[in-house]
Design a protein around this ligand. Structure first.
Ligand SMILES: Cc1ncc(C[n+]2csc(CCOP(=O)(O)OP(=O)(O)O)c2C)c(N)n1
Length: 281
């Protein structure tokens, strides 16, 4: 499924969505997390969502610091548990548009179980997984998305654990919208977020992101721009390109775009129906 083209709003006033008193942010020079946030803010603007109706929840990690910088309702919780806090909030106030900011470690390791059950329930929320293949905040331990052979502080001779495919995991667990973007393809990412924000149910967007300070330095990717170029040249291709390429050319690369989109009853709505049915009995 190709991501629908739409007019991109340029120039853009990011300040209206930021808590400027919380800046400067903690992200290292060259980190891709800020780029992801910019695409998200533009998508929020495209959807004309009110700041008061938005709620961003996170766990722990560099990516999980995102809610601190945005002027929405926000909650910075505990490692791997953003999904549980967000589920509680959404059930208490279903009108909120929930956005989860989580890392590949936060979502796939300590929060893995919570992630899959959120997808299974199809509760209405956008889950953004900042996928930088490393535990950034704690100094570069291997994560469930670290590629085989990559160096991490916990894999000094190279990682031997096969990485998870986050999108396949989300789809298998029952997420009804699954997409992948990158911190390099920013306009495409904006369009993907715009589509995801319009979806009713669990929407998972994995964003291939870069951590030059920990992943890059240990893996001889010398700078932030080199890491970005690697995402562009060696890492991914679009769903459109994928249709035309033979399997051997796709080996080891990731597909970008909307990978899965289906309709299924949403959790809060099902719950509300039950309450009404019980009350009228
Ligand atoms: C219960 C618990 N275990 C471990 C930690 C330490 N810890 C903090 S952040 C983090 C990993 C974050 O990695 P990721 O989610 O990939 O986010 P990134 O920092 O790369 O954006 C860990 C292990 C913690 N805070 N709480």
């Amino acid at each position: 499924m190709a991501v629908a083209k739409q007019k991109l709003s340029v120039p853009f006033d990011y300040d209206k969505y930021l808590r400027k008193d919380k800046l400067p942010h903690i992200w290292c020079p060259g980190c891709g997390h800020g780029i992801v946030l910019k695409s998200l803010l533009r998508a929020i603007d495209n959807k004309e969502l009110s700041k008061d109706d938005l709620c961003m929840v996170s766990g722990i990690g560099c990516s999980s610091r995102t809610p601190g910088y945005v002027d929405f309702n926000t909650l910075h919780t505990i490692h791997g548990r953003a999904f549980s806090f967000a589920t509680g909030l959404k059930l208490a106030k279903p009108s909120l548009k929930m956005i989860i900011a989580t890392g590949d470690g936060d979502a796939m390791a300590i929060g893995g179980n919570h992630f899959i059950h959120t997808c299974r329930r199809n509760i209405d929320m956008l889950i953004i997984v900042y996928s930088n293949a490393i535990y950034g905040m704690t100094g570069g331990q291997s994560s469930p998305t670290t590629p085989i052979g990559s160096i991490a502080t916990t894999a000094r001779y190279g990682n031997v654990e096969p990485p998870f495919d986050i999108c396949e995991m989300a789809k298998a667990a029952g997420a009804t919208f699954v997409a992948r973007g990158t911190a390099y393809h920013t306009q495409e990412l904006e369009r993907t977020f715009t589509e995801a924000l319009g979806h009713k149910g669990t929407a998972v967007v994995e964003v291939i992101d870069s951590c030059p300070i920990y992943f890059g330095r240990m893996n001889k990717q010398r700078g932030a721009s080199e890491m970005m170029e690697n995402i562009e040249k060696n890492g991914t291709f679009s769903v459109k390109q994928a249709d035309k390429l033979p399997d051997e050319k796709k080996e080891g690369k990731l597909v970008r775009g909307i990978l899965h989109r289906v309709e299924r009853p949403e959790y809060c709505e099902q719950y509300d129906k039950l309450i009404v049915a019980k009350a009228t009995k």
